[in-house]
Write a protein that binds this ligand. Structure first.
Ligand SMILES: Cc1cc2nc3c(=O)[nH]c(=O)nc-3n(C[C@H](O)[C@H](O)[C@H](O)COP(=O)(O)O)c2cc1C
Length: 172
């Protein structure tokens, strides 16, 4: 697929079938994460693949809203970035999440970003909750989780009409 076609086709998908993602598909998604650029090439991100239903279920309750569909995902990839390794952990994690989201689209799979950083469950920091679930130290920062699965139905791609050209400015 042309990159621009994948960009139009990319949608956030929250409904998945039970069909498992293959190892080859998962490998491609992880490759895309490892190809993402990082500031000063520090590579602070680690990618934790979660497949166990009980853990996906726990993750789906890690914040007040917008994570429920994780329980129906075939897999989730938790992006864990060490703040000791880079002060741009947030940017680096976001780029890796975006690369994986686009690669999933290219493979015909559904995916959705689940924001964890700056989110809460009943007043508790969602990053703290996810760190407890997956068992990592406090210095691991968690921008988000990518939910992955086979699409229940093909979402409508974006069209040129969706492009808000008023957001583009030229300084003359
Ligand atoms: C930084 C960021 C955080 C997001 N967090 C969530 C989330 O927690 N839950 C969710 O269902 N979707 C989340 N999304 C998906 C957005 O809601 C979605 O990208 C937006 O509505 C546009 O729809 P589209 O992705 O289908 O083009 C997030 C997207 C981004 C870029």
């Amino acid at each position: 697929m042309e990159l621009i076609d994948a960009m139009f086709k990319r949608r956030s998908s929250r409904k998945f079938t039970d069909e498992p993602i293959t190892k080859a598909e998962l490998d491609m998604i992880l490759k895309s994460a490892l190809l993402a650029p990082t500031s000063r090439n520090r590579k602070p991100c680690n990618f934790l693949v979660v497949e166990r239903k009980e853990i996906l279920d726990e993750l789906s309750r890690a914040k007040d809203h917008g994570a429920q569909f994780l329980k129906d995902a075939d897999k989730a990839i938790v992006v864990l970035a060490s703040e000791f390794e880079s002060d741009t952990w947030c940017e680096d994690s976001s780029i890796a999440l975006t690369y994986m989201h686009l690669m999933a689209t290219d493979l015909g799979l559904g995916s959705c970003w689940v924001q964890i950083h700056l989110r809460e469950r009943d007043g508790t920091d969602a990053e703290e909750i996810v760190r407890d679930i997956v068992g990592v130290d406090l210095h691991y920062r968690i921008v988000g989780i990518l939910a992955l699965g086979h699409l229940e139905s093909q979402p409508e791609p974006h069209t040129p009409d969706d492009l808000d050209k008023s957001k583009v400015h030229f300084l003359v």
